[in-house]
Write a protein that binds this ligand. Structure first.
Ligand SMILES: N[C@@H](CCC(=O)N[C@@H](CS)C(=O)NCC(=O)O)C(=O)O
Length: 218
């Protein structure tokens, strides 16, 4: 039975898991959740996702939410299919987990707030500019750490691409779309080199062009 994805085409978290499906060549069917109509807060929805957020998956009755956990599940279920994104060697795996914490605490922590605040006017709220400046300053400090890592190796966890590099793409792309060019503007040349590499992957281009269900991969 094809993997069912409940999410939205323009949600970075749904895009994250679609990207991994493309990399692992796992077909999926997208069920668009009516966020504007509040479907994600309905009683039937929160039975599946208690926080009333997207995305979640239904894999033949197995319900899972949290986009990064879903990505890990897909990689665990299909270890030898598509791009190898999770190392088997314990030390390489530990470095990937270190990278996952880096993404969560240094990148997502700041970028999700910046993106959310900048989107506020489109939702009828005011942007908290002081908070945006604070998080941009913190992000800049943290990108200096990225620059140090990426000055020594090609990717976050070593010289091989892993899941954690790809975790950055959807929110990184939103930052660019909102006019924050910190990932490409040249202040961090190795970050810029890394960003161009990962964001030019055909799998991401496919997600970016429009997130739709995939019946099969040739
Ligand atoms: N950590 C969660 C975050 C999920 C999340 O924040 N989803 C957003 C859309 S990208 C959402 O549902 N927002 C609506 C809300 O929080 O009420 C994940 O990675 O799945």
């Amino acid at each position: 039975m094809v993997l069912k994805v409940y999410g939205s085409t323009d949600s970075p978290c749904t895009q994250r898991l679609a990207l991994i499906c493309h990399e692992k060549r796992v077909p999926f069917e997208l069920f668009v959740v009516d966020m504007k109509g509040g479907e994600h807060k309905s009683a039937t929805y929160v039975e599946k996702q208690p926080f009333g957020q997207i995305p979640y998956i239904d894999d033949d009755g197995f319900i899972l939410f949290e986009s990064r956990a879903i990505c890990r599940y897909i990689c665990a279920k299909y270890p030898d299919q598509g791009t190898p994104l999770v190392p088997k060697d314990p030390k390489a795996l530990a470095l990937m987990e270190q990278g996952a914490s880096i993404e969560s605490t240094n990148f997502d922590f700041n970028v999700s707030v910046i993106v959310g605040e900048k989107f506020n006017p489109m939702r009828g709220f005011t942007t908290n500019e002081a908070l945006v400046s604070e998080r941009l300053a913190l992000l800049t400090t943290r990108l200096a750490g990225y620059e140090a890592i990426l000055g020594k190796q090609k990717y976050i966890a070593g010289d091989e691409l892993t899941l954690v590099d790809l975790f950055h793409i959807p929110y990184g792309e939103f930052l660019l779309r909102l006019g924050v060019d910190i990932l490409v503007n040249g202040s961090f040349p190795n970050v810029s080199r890394w960003w161009k590499d990962i964001s030019s992957r055909p799998t991401w281009k496919k997600v970016h062009a429009g997130l739709v269900s995939v019946q099969s991969y040739d």
